[in-house]
Design a protein around this ligand. Sequence first.
Ligand code: GLA
Length: 531
Amino acid sequence: MANRWARVGALAMALWCAAAAWGQARVPPAPIPLPPMGWATWNSFGNQFNERTIQAEAQAMVRNGMRAAGYRYVHLDEGWWQGQRDAAGNIVVNRRQWPGGIAQVAQYLHHLGLKAGIYTDAGSFGCGTYSPDSGPGTPGTGSLGHYDQDFLQFARWGFDYVKVDWCGGDRPNLDPATQYAAIARAIRRAEAITGRKLFFSICEWGRQSPWTWAPGVGGITADMWRTSGDISAPIVASIPAESNRWVSLRNVYRNFAAGIHPEAQHTGYYNDLDMMVLGMRGMSLQADRVHMSLWAIAGAPLMEGADLTRLTPAEAAILTNRDAVAIDQDPLGLQAVEVSAPGPGLEVWAKPLAESGRRAVLLLNRGNEPAAIRVPWLELGLQNATRVHAVWRGKNLGPQTFGFTATVPARDALLLLIQGQPLPDAATTCQPDARPIPGEEPGTVRFAGIAGPIAHAWVSVIYRNDDPQTAILRLQVNANEATKVAFPPTAGAARSVWLEAQLGRAKGNVLRFTPLGTGHVDLQAVRIRRW
Ligand code: GLA
């Protein structure tokens, strides 16, 4: 194995070092699963929903332009099942709630060109057992002891997405990394049997740092993991006790801040900041724009939680804004990093986009007074800018010299799309050090010698994967916490995947890739971009 890596690697190196010498040829990014977009029952219906609710919301999603803008999933959160099983352990649903059966719900959504999501828990009980929010508790709504049976059932019913909560795993102190890996393997077995993909949504609320273990857990090639608690408890219109609840922008900021782990987010693995509360009680249109800007710049899953049948056209327009959605769904799949904090409550966030020299930039004012915020082009890794587009105003602002300054109103955000000339790469390394490393798995490849005190670096890895399946490698940067990177098939061509690494060693940074036994990949070059 080690020899094969070294041999193929050395051959390919020669080619890519030459390519670098020709002038930094841009290698197209590999196609990766993008953050899911859709709608979920929980925020507006708690556990009070049925077949008619799902049909009405799905129709609203088509009518209000969300489907056309790319929103696809309709997710049935806790409340779709009351925990009953038959003698063989199969899930039994309530016929009054689902007169046509649950498979028909998935079918209905597919007919509308949508996709279907479903909820369970990694333990024996869902969260509603312990803290029923909208109605009586429902013990037994978890999958522990039934992983293979339940995930196969979800796929056979036609679901495309499964959210797995953690209340039932938390109480008996189970280890989330172990349980979610077992679930991921059950999902992969269900996919192999049915041919239906289930997008894996992990809901452990960030308690045990899922960004360190959730990317690619159990060998899964795309997943997302919650990084914090709920933005808000559900606000169900039909429940008087909930009528005095409202959502606050402060909680939206809190979940955004807790959800930034850019080193873990790449190639189909996503930090999940929670279902959105855009348009819910307590949110103004200005707050809605800030919310959408934060989720877009974070490249977060966009799962709206308001009752879509009551969404105003102005609110729907924010959710479906073409530029904001495109920023979220950029094919590199990266998160923003904070490039500066020019004053109390003032933040500048930037996200590199797939098109060369293109950045999404957010000037955020969390304070109570308007403030001038400045961002120099150099801080964005740009030599200059030729176009500055204000997303919410839909207007080109015209480039300024050396940087951009704008006054941002109190509790508001300016979302910009900036096109410019990128700074040259900070470094390109074409020579993996493939010598066997004592104590490490055979096949470990180190890219050494990238020197420089660069705090945040966007890294592109050029590779080939001629197998039909995605390869997953463990990545360790210096002594930082390890993560995983997925390398999708490239069908004979070279492709790039992008990630964020915290470098900083002047004498040479080491990126160490170790195969995890899933597929095979030839790493050819690593390019470091400077911020
Ligand atoms: C937890 C999750 C929520 C929702 C509820 C359901 O609180 O964080 O997103 O799924 O459980 O009970």
